[in-house]
Write a protein that binds this ligand. Structure first.
Ligand code: TTP
Length: 524
């Protein structure tokens, strides 16, 4: 049974910060459709060491199974026979017939020098023809293929290895290439899991936190973009925000979200405290995943930089309560490096748009949330995640990607990546990169598949960028060893700071062409 507290009438309107001009309803820039070109991969060193001859008499393959002998004529006929039947044979394997682990497939692995050890035939999607092609390229067993995957494709979208198998090895059918990729990927993942279950893929795995105002569409973004696109499906593991935990606590099914909105002054601290605890629990629960990228909905930093600031400003959290919050926030964050992400993704839309979306979804607890409240939260997101001018003395700072790193940013996201920095920033997220995505336009993800993939590509490219950046860092400053001297510093006012009071051109904010806008802004 839910314990619903009586709702305070439009308390949020009364307590919200004074209205500030809304951002113009920004238009999403024309979608750039040019996807990342797949990098041409050279044959790995292991492959170069095994330049095996191409023999036409398939020792352990379809020819042998069909009982054909190895005379030149029979070989010729056998080859033709294999060539004809093999697509079907390999196709069956790739679709699961005589599956990956079936005894029948394992049996076939009696090879000779021409076809390697023969173990390739145990891979779904590999029949005699594909076996020959692989051996020809030096992949005479499962091990060199695994090595190829580790060297070139680990942590990348499966598409890249599929593309390689088709274009460089000559596997004709995409489903065969996909089956081979899946088999190799799963084998490598298993090995990684076996060797270190306490820190799976620790050095390779990244975490991004997805941020944005109430109702901007974080959950939809995570579910639809990350789960349903080929660019991200195999790359990403999603950790949704624990809202359900807030709505149903203990055997009495208390709903702290509802309690907070009904009596914010009474419950703001308790709620923010519980939000933090549930995030820690979720981080723990999701820490043993093996996918290369963990996408978490929000973070303890948005709790602190956005919501705790908002409730403090609204006087729903008093001075004692915020002091208590801060007294444990720093030490706890410092002792739990898993809470510190490798990057942020900021889904950005105007408060108006978020308000409209909130009205449509009608979450019962949010009935009293006003446009003014959303506006206040929007400004706090902006002052936290968006670059502005100024260095030191408590001012927010420009945080552009250093010139020497620009080259590693894919053109599709070059104008949208910034580093968080400034005196107001918690020390553990100083220099953490943020990708800003315009979510102003309503997109029907059921129909606009290209828009969905466009977002997915941007996330995938951001992942590549952050991965490269982290690899370039000295070991002690990467991943769990991030140095963290505790510090929470907030801007003196809850506003964006602009020199001389002249804001960043609205058109620039709208179009998200920050880099260009910032250059002209700085040259003033
Ligand atoms: P959001 O984190 O904004 O989640 P959402 O479901 O609105 O996101 P989206 O629609 O983009 O998928 O907030 C969930 C609710 O919890 C919302 O009513 C705001 C409230 N909340 C706080 O009051 N304080 C907090 O610290 C957090 C994280 C949420």
């Amino acid at each position: 049974m839910h314990r619903i507290l009586p709702r305070a009438a439009s308390f949020l309107d009364a307590a919200a910060a004074p209205a500030r001009p809304l951002l113009p309803s920004s238009r999403m820039p024309a979608l750039r459709l040019a996807g990342p070109s797949l990098s041409a991969c050279s044959v790995p060193s292991t492959a170069r060491l095994h330049p095996l001859p191409w023999l036409r008499c398939g020792g352990g393959g379809a020819v042998a199974r069909r009982g054909l002998c190895c005379s030149a004529e029979a070989a010729r006929r056998g080859d033709v026979a294999a060539g004809e039947g093999e697509e079907e044979e390999e196709g069956r394997g790739s679709r699961g017939g005589g599956g990956r682990n079936s005894p029948e497939r394992r049996q076939r692995g009696r090879g000779d020098a021409a076809t390697g050890s023969g173990e390739l035939l145990a891979i779904p999607g590999v029949g005699p023809r594909n076996q020959r092609k692989l051996v020809e390229k030096g992949f005479d067993g499962v091990a060199p293929l695994k090595q190829l995957y580790r060297d070139k494709f680990f942590g990348k979208s499966d598409e890249k290895m599929v593309e390689f198998l088709q274009s460089s090895v000559g596997i004709i059918h995409k489903n065969h290439a996909e089956s081979i990729t899946l088999f190799i990927k799963e084998s490598v993942d298993e090995e990684v899991k076996d060797t270190d279950t306490s820190k799976p893929c620790r050095r390779k795995r990244l975490t991004f936190c997805v941020e944005g105002n109430i109702s901007v569409g974080k959950s939809t973004f995570l579910q639809r973009i990350a789960n349903e696109t080929i660019e991200l499906r195999d790359l990403v593991e999603i950790v949704p925000e624990p809202v359900a935990k807030w709505q149903d606590i203990g055997p009495d099914h208390f709903n702290i979200l509802d309690a907070f909105y009904a009596e914010p002054q009474r419950y703001a601290y308790t709620f923010q405290n519980y939000v933090f605890v549930t995030r820690v629990m979720q981080e723990r629960e999701s820490s043993s995943g093996i996918k290369p990228l963990r996408l978490m909905e929000r973070s303890v930093f948005s709790d602190r930089m956005v919501f705790v600031r908002a409730v403090h400003e609204a006087k729903w959290m008093n001075e004692m309560e915020i002091s208590i919050y801060d007294s444990w926030f720093d030490p706890v964050v410092s002792s739990l490096p898993g809470l510190v992400p490798d990057g942020f993704i900021y889904l950005r839309a105007s408060p108006d748009t978020c308000h409209k979306r909130m009205m449509v979804r009608k979450r019962s607890e949010e009935g009293g949330v006003s446009l003014d409240y959303l506006q206040g939260l929007h400004e706090k997101h902006e002052s936290w995640l968006l670059p502005s001018k100024g260095q030191g003395s408590g001012l927010l700072s420009v945080s552009q990607v250093p010139i020497h790193m620009e080259g590693s940013l894919h053109p599709e996201i070059r104008d949208r990546v910034f580093f968080l920095e400034g005196d107001h920033m918690h020390s553990s997220i100083q220099k953490v990169p943020a990708l800003i995505l315009d979510c102003e336009n309503d997109i029907d993800f059921n129909k606009d598949i290209e828009a969905k993939r466009q977002y997915a590509r941007q996330v995938a490219e951001f992942f590549e960028f952050v991965k490269k950046k982290n690899e370039a860092l000295p070991a002690e400053t990467s991943d769990g060893d991030k140095s963290m001297s505790p510090q929470v510093m907030l801007p003196g006012r809850g506003d964006l700071w602009f020199p001389g009071g002249s804001p960043l051109p609205k058109s620039a904010l709208g179009s998200l062409e920050f880099r260009r806008a910032m250059s002209s802004f700085l040259s003033k």
